[in-house]
Design a protein around this ligand. Sequence first.
Ligand code: AMP
Ligand code: TRP
Length: 334
Amino acid sequence: MARIFSGIQPTGIATLGNYLGAIRNWVALQDGADECVFCLVDMHAITVFQEPAALREQTRQMAAVLLACGINPERSILFHQSAVSAHARLAWIFNCVARIGWLNRMTQFKDKAGKDREAVSTGLYVYPNLMAADIHAYHATKVPVGDDQLQHLELANDIAEKFNHDFSSTFFPRIEPLVLKESARVMSLRDGMKKMSKSDPSDQSRINLTDDSDMIAAKIRRAKTDSEPLPEQLDQLAERPEARNLIGIYAAILGQTPQEILHRFAGSGFGPFKEQLAEALIAHLAPIGARTRDYLTDPTGLDQILQAGARRAAAIAEPIVTEAERLVGFLARA
Ligand code: AMP
Ligand code: TRP
């Protein structure tokens, strides 16, 4: 049995992109032979400022969404990162193993810091070291992520290798990314070249998993398209990113290929297609939204689920990180 680890930031409401690109795969992985550890990475979230009350609210909200989507807290371990101090302890050791030159190559930091690199938090800079600690604290070897996280996983392997070398050990195993399929990349409803994101300023750009049926229908109706009818062949959509995206969403929801969807709608305009897409999305997402709202009526119950998960997580991570501390040369903890 291998161990799977993945994390999601509790910032903003989960979108259809998070669902098709990550959460749905997590739910499927639960049915395999591997042990799954799923983490709400609140420590990663504060690398950019979060209102404390909003962070608490959004951590519960993301827990509710994951449970509503089918994460089973008995079968998988579901918890919030800050509740298991092993993450912070191993991250510090990794801050001392990783080289500044390695972090300087991280494209996500460059994107997020933008032009004002001197003004962002130091946490944002060492974010990938914390991510490496998340995974290695569990000796997890399989990590489901979107392709935007691959560079961070390579870094996590470099850190493990250098740690093993520096401390003459074979303590940290190599990790293997489980990369999600290209078709699972969902783009903005307003701009087919931009990823659908919970941090986009326009709510019209995304479907939130908590949107009700009317909102879903309205957003799909207003989604950007073009004036051409839908073509016969998928490659004819190469220059039509918005159309390609809507076809991809419909295919992902129905579990069919985009080409199968095109066969059904070839020659038709977007009107009838959008109507059926909205219907399929509502059928799929409305029950998730309802279950999410249901979980959110009981914040104490959600906290208890996360705390129980944190106890199970700590039982795995604590001995691993204690051994890393011993290898580094720290005296035993009391
Ligand atoms: P984030 O929302 O950036 O914290 O991402 C959480 C997880 O959802 C990661 O595994 C991402 O790769 C995935 N994800 C986020 N947005 C999308 C999207 N538009 N399409 C597919 N996957 C996504
Ligand atoms: N950085 C990841 C993201 O933004 C979230 C994350 C944090 C993560 N720790 C992780 C993902 C460990 C996989 C494994 O999507």
